[in-house]
Design a binder for this molecule. Structure first.
Ligand code: C5P
Length: 234
């Protein structure tokens, strides 16, 4: 069983390592898991990921890899060497096979991104897909399971439908989390922390509601408290 605090992943969507380090210092022991994506990763954030891992934090490298298999595999090996805990790849079969083979028996876990949470049915149609969001999410989650992927990233709205597909062995990681009253931003499918946990999410990814808060530590503690209240047995 994960502790409530271990289930909150803070997205370090910031433009410099200096800003990220200042935020990490403010959050202190309130946060044990950080996510580094494009913005920070391409601005020195991968070295920060390695330092965080050495310092005992868990790191989610959200690079959403998708390329030919050999290139994906080499990228996965490099990320495993950083000491990261999670890495995302897009949920295309060839990419997922390459990532699972390359992570081998390292401690890196591969998460498949089913459909980005900023997408709705109209966005899928514009991209040439003849699927609704729930249909494509279910299809890709089943493929991820069959390939041996460790978990999926999906909106909390899909969590209840996904659990029967992925079973209890795969992790469900959900962005698009907004505490009641917080601004949605560009997220089209949002849920509160309570609703996401009750829907079966293992991990919540939260960016702007914490990193843009006047008091990030208080915002993080409030979400952890909400996770604790929503967890089974509490
Ligand atoms: O600020 P906000 O809480 O919306 O941040 C959500 C984070 O989760 C961002 O870093 C975004 O890139 C990421 N994410 C997402 N949807 C996915 C996968 C990752 O929003 N499917």
């Amino acid at each position: 069983m994960l502790e409530p605090r271990e289930r909150l992943i803070v997205a370090l969507d910031l433009s410099s390592v200096e800003q990220a380090e200042a935020l990490i210092a403010r959050l202190g022991d309130a946060i044990v898991f950080y996510k580094i994506g494009y913005q920070l990763g391409f601005a020195g954030g991968l070295a920060l990921a390695e330092r965080l891992a050495v310092a005992g934090k868990q790191v989610f490298v959200d690079m959403k890899l998708h390329d030919i298999g050999n290139t994906v595999a080499q990228g996965v090996r490099s990320i495993a060497k950083l000491g990261a805990t999670f890495l995302t790849v897009h949920a295309y079969p060839q990419t997922m096979h390459a990532a699972v083979d390359a992570r081998a028996d390292t401690s890196l876990r591969i998460l498949a991104v089913t459909v980005l949470t900023s997408y709705d049915d109209a966005d899928l149609a514009a991209a040439g897909y003849d699927f609704t969001v729930p249909e494509l999410v279910a299809e890709r989650a089943a493929q991820a399971r069959d390939i041996g992927i460790d978990g999926v990233v999906a909106s909390a709205e899909e969590a209840a439908a996904l659990r029967p597909i992925i079973g209890s062995g795969m992790m469900l990681v959900t962005p698009g989390i907004r505490p009641a009253g917080a601004a949605a931003g560009d997220q089209k499918r949002i849920m509160t922390p309570t609703a996401a946990i009750k829907a079966g999410a293992d991990y919540l990814v939260v960016g702007r509601p914490i990193i843009a808060a006047a008091d990030p530590r208080a915002a993080a503690d409030a979400i952890v408290a909400e996770v604790e209240r929503a967890s089974p047995g509490s």
